[in-house]
Design a protein around this ligand. Structure first.
Ligand code: DC
Length: 209
């Protein structure tokens, strides 16, 4: 069983995939973390928009990098979105993601992956495909509250600006742009809480089982 969950930044993919993984006993991979780890590594080497720097960072990626601090920071998210626009970087990371889906760790019987191109590129044959979205304003507000709860300083307008910039970069890149697979179930979560999104996702999956 493979569940693909795609959508823009801060749409609630993480919360949803954690619940789905637990419910169906699946391995979970947040593929954004891979791009974030490469983005952070690229920032240490040089400029993440420089293809040579980004490719070197992708080649150096190891499992340990996925646990480091700072991966969730906006700086890592922005660098991730920059390296993610480089086809050679995506090519290196594609193998890692497909291998995870084909051989889920810990003897799990399947996997749930979240990202931008899981349903379109990484796992086009996934049994279930969800595309989760919400307006930029709603996503910025959710991110703002999340940062506040963690006691981190946050400026609403800056978060909204970052989200709009990242959407634009993720949608307009030539390779694997952010877009729903033609056979994905699209859920607009702008007026839904996390429980309602989970219920809608379960409803879609059970209707196809
Ligand atoms: O989901 P996230 O915000 O952690 O992702 C960070 C960036 O990584 C995002 O702006 C685009 C990129 N990304 C991608 O291009 N493809 C994926 N499957 C996952 C993330």
């Amino acid at each position: 069983m493979i569940i693909a969950v795609d959508g823009p930044a801060a749409a609630g993919k993480g919360t949803l995939t954690r619940k789905l993984a637990e419910h169906f006993n699946l391995a979970r991979l947040d593929t954004g973390m891979i791009y974030r780890a490469v983005g952070l590594k690229a920032l240490k080497i040089g400029d993440p928009v420089d293809e040579k720097v980004a490719v070197e960072a992708a080649q150096l990626l190891s499992f340990d990098d996925l646990d480091q601090q700072g991966l969730r920071d906006e700086a890592a998210g922005n660098a991730a979105s920059q390296v993610a626009a480089i086809p050679a970087v995506r090519d290196i990371l594609l193998k890692f993601q497909r291998n995870f889906a084909a051989n889920p760790p810990n003897d799990k019987i399947g996997a749930v992956l979240d990202g931008r191109d899981i349903g379109t590129v990484v796992c086009p044959d996934a049994s279930y495909k969800l595309f989760i979205l919400a307006s930029p304003e709603v996503r910025a507000e959710r991110r703002y509250k999340e940062l506040q709860e963690r006691g981190e300083e946050a400026i609403r307008s800056a978060i909204l600006r970052d989200i709009i910039d990242r959407d634009e970069r993720d949608r307009s890149r030539t390779v694997a742009p952010l877009e729903p697979a033609t056979d994905a179930e699209v859920i607009d979560t702008s007026d839904m809480d996390a429980d309602a999104v989970y219920a809608a996702a379960l409803n879609y999956i059970s209707s196809r089982m």
